[in-house]
Design a protein around this ligand. Structure first.
Ligand SMILES: [Mn+2]
Length: 249
């Protein structure tokens, strides 16, 4: 993706809100193995008359859809260029956990769609009840198929990104806690108070993880996961001062 150097104002806003980013940016929602949708959305962002200066992906690149390996490789490539940040999602966290302790983390990962990710890297299925050696063999095969660079990149993904009065996180945040003090669990899996209580510090939170029918704002929260895997609709929120515009596949 080329480096964007344009002024803000993308087009007609989906809604207006007192957002004050340092630069205009785009946030891409949960991809879940839908590489063709990701490719289409990125092309559309690049073709905008005034493209965003930065692109943030909220995590959950893998599982459920069939093209997880292709999504990871595309995002890995993109982050070598300026202006793209990929956050860690709970699904990537489960993959890393699987690499670290396959017999413990593997069965749970399968229940979250891990088989599709294994298949996308050319690995056959494995049963939740498989013996420890089988889990370790599968881990070794996945590690080989991924390659060192991709694994190292995954392990370095940040938990949040911030610009001005806006934070981008995967799932949510504890409204009573500063962004820099959030627990890993709140950011990756959400917090029970997140959807119930407005923050008092003026920080806006853009997030994925929970599927929404329409991208809107409520009490300082903007959810952008439009359920690409099930709906075919992958969305980007284009954020500039006071404006959010939405582009969906
Ligand atoms: Mn998630």
């Amino acid at each position: 993706m080329r480096l964007f150097r344009h002024l803000p104002v993308f087009g007609r806003p989906a809604f207006r809100a007192p957002l004050a980013p340092e630069i205009p940016f785009a946030v891409i929602g949960d991809i879940h193995g839908c590489d063709r949708l990701l490719s289409e959305l990125i092309s559309r962002l690049e073709r905008l008359e005034l493209p965003p200066q930065h692109v943030v992906c909220v995590g959950d690149y893998i599982d459920r859809g069939d093209e997880s390996a292709a999504v990871l490789r595309r995002l890995h490539r993109l982050t070598h260029e300026a202006g793209v940040t990929c956050l860690l999602g709970n699904h990537e966290d489960m993959l890393i956990d699987f690499l670290d302790r396959p017999e413990r983390a593997g069965p749970r990962w399968l229940r979250y769609g891990g088989l599709q990710t294994l298949a996308s890297f050319g690995l056959g299925p494995i049963a939740e009840t498989a013996p420890e050696e089988a889990w370790r063999a599968h881990r070794n095969a996945l590690r080989l198929a991924m390659g060192e660079d991709l694994e190292a990149w995954l392990r370095r993904l940040p938990l949040f990104w911030r610009s001005g009065n806006i934070a981008v996180v995967h799932a949510g945040a504890d409204p009573a806690v500063r962004l820099s003090d959030q627990s890993r669990r709140s950011l990756l899996w959400g917090h029970p108070e997140f959807s119930r209580t407005a923050r008092q510090d003026g920080l806006w939170v853009i997030h994925g993880h929970t599927v929404v029918e329409r991208i809107a704002h409520r009490d300082g929260r903007i959810g952008i996961d439009t359920g690409a895997y099930a709906t075919g609709r992958l969305s980007a929120a284009l954020v500039s001062t006071w404006d959010v515009e939405v582009i969906s596949t």
